[in-house]
Design a binder for this molecule. Sequence first.
Ligand code: HAM
Length: 439
Amino acid sequence: MAAKKKKVKVQLVKGMKDILPDEQLYWNLIRTKVENFARNYGFSRIDTPIVEATSLFKRTVGEDTDVVSKEMYSFVSQGGDKLSLRPENTAPVVRSYIEHGMLNLPQPVKLFYIGPQFRHDNPQAGRYRQFWQFGFEAIGDEDPVIDAQMIAISYFILKDLGLDIEIQVNSVGDSASRTEYIKILKKYYQDKKKSLCKDCSLRLNKNTLRLLDCKNKKCQELAEETPQMVDHLSEAGKEHFMAVLEYLDELDIKYSLNPKIVRGLDYYTRTAWEIFECSGKEGKLNALGGGGRYDDLVNILGGRETPAIGFAIGIERVIMKMQEAKVEIDKGRGFDIYIAQLGIEARKKALNLFEDLRRAGFSVSENMSKKGLKDQLEAADKKQVKYTLIMGQKEIADGTILIRDMESGVQEIVDYKKVKAEVRKRLDRNIAKNLKLKK
Ligand code: HAM
């Protein structure tokens, strides 16, 4: 007798998430919403690979950021290349923009994406190691109206999905004023070093701005008193930021100024914002997304100076908030026709009838492996079918088929050869009746 193999249970990898059929309704809705906004605002879809050179993220997101220093899935390939699963998608899009000569297209080049990102973070509600983002990037324009439009897209998509949204906005300055501001911050923190949390005392010299958005209570207290970036913007920077805010007022977007929005990635310049859901549990604010200008990024990656701006939103978090807020989701329309069959001969004929009707463009459904009529009618009911076509031995012998109106339960016998016309007639009648009711 062969030795019994020990069964080893293989489970979902920590921090990963299956997206089960029930949840797909949310995903479809979000995808469609994003695609419609993209069309209206003139963004084209871009898909970049999940794997990129590790150096891409080191040079852009920044070696000292948490995302790069702690959270990247990095590995050396069989060929010896240092690669990483992308932790975000702005740097890959800019790489692609440069590599494919999009610098020579009419500017701005407007691109959007929907795809998975990877960060080896501590998993918890709304935080995964593989998570999906949709994002919009407008490369090659520095007009503040573009900033306002990008903020508007991030705001209105989520509002349209039924969420109560607030934007928190800041300006992190151009690189010159930011360098100056970082010096001021370092000076401010110099004699307070001992009161900082462990992470922040390490960050002080390498990633100073992050001290402003540390979640530690003591660090938050210290951050309350810091000099603010907006007071250290250049004249041009101030003007740009004021213009962005004026456009936001014009668009009637709910926003507040938050000097602590510095974003966790190094490439940001000037306008930066985060998107919060504000009707959630206990009125807590939860970041669903964020974005900002990255005017130096194209240049850093070897292209010419090119202003740019973008944002990304975490899809799992949006769905979590939609579920918490009990946003009603359209379960999709039911089917027009269901094919029920009794007996092997009828089943064979039904297989072909299904294909015939499907090819003719009818919205048709079935459960061919079910044998009993009761089971099949129950299934048809669940699928909100309008008419069920029933075929048994008798109908096969007579060359007929039964059409059952699922609402009234009335059944009529029709000539099998005329089934398409008979169904079409009834569906048209149905449409006309509904139109009349609406009037
Ligand atoms: P980010 O703020 O790092 O920005 O990520 C944007 C959003 O992705 C977050 O607000 C959150 O909703 C979602 N997210 C991040 N990490 C996780 C996680 N571990 N689990 C679930 N969701 C997560 C960026 O990624 C920038 N590339 C955005 C951007 C585009 N800036 C300019 N253009």
